[in-house]
Design a protein around this ligand. Structure first.
Ligand code: GRF
Length: 186
């Protein structure tokens, strides 16, 4: 299946997916492009190690979000993309992209949803004093991290954890979980 990966920042989940394609584990998808909304996203550097085109669409260069998403949609359609994989894409998906791809957009989130949607989910869980947190992969709907949950993996939070100490353990879970879900669902 042809997929597009969306990222705004570091892109370590994107890179893990690419590595799992190279390793032959993810033999069900072909990545047509990395879609980024930030010109300084490190994900762009990571894409250079793989033969993946990078498409930069910056919201600020469009008058309306609808036009921004129309431009993205035109590119997706030209490449006959069937599924969207969000990997640290820091924008809500608007109706322009949601309608044609509803039920075929995945997102990964670093908490056990519905706890701690939105930004800094790892920090929120630590500050709350949670003893368990984890990772969720879900379908994307109009809301912020609200779509139907596909799978979750839990992770202990230790009494002396900080967001910085918990983050690598959460991300290690993400890398394994996301590829497994992508293999099973797409
Ligand atoms: C991940 O923690 C993911 O769950 C969240 O954004 C982060 C992206 O990290 N949606 P990276 O850019 O893949 O390193």
């Amino acid at each position: 299946k042809k997929v597009a990966i969306f990222a705004s920042g570091s892109g370590s989940n994107f890179e893990k997916i690419m590595a799992n394609i190279e390793a032959g584990y993810l033999d069900n998808i072909q990545v047509t492009g990395l879609y980024v909304d930030q010109a300084d996203a490190y994900a762009i550097e990571r894409a250079k190690r793989y033969a993946v085109p990078v498409y930069l669409f910056e919201l600020k260069t469009f008058a309306l979000k609808e036009q921004y998403e129309q431009a993205i949609l035109a590119r997706l359609k030209a490449d006959k993309v069937e599924w969207l994989i969000l990997a640290g894409y820091m924008k809500l998906i608007g109706p322009t992209l949601l309608k044609p791809y509803e039920g075929r957009i995945l997102n990964i989130h670093p908490s056990l949803l519905p706890s701690f949607p939105g930004k800094d989910a790892i920090g929120q869980a630590v500050r709350y004093g949670c003893r368990v947190s984890g990772v969720t992969v879900h379908y994307v709907d109009v809301g912020m991290d609200t779509g139907t949950i596909i799978d979750q993996v839990a992770c202990p939070v230790y009494a002396d954890d900080t967001a910085e100490s918990l983050q690598p353990r959460i991300q290690a879970i993400e890398y394994e979980l996301y590829s497994r879900v992508i293999k099973n669902i797409i």
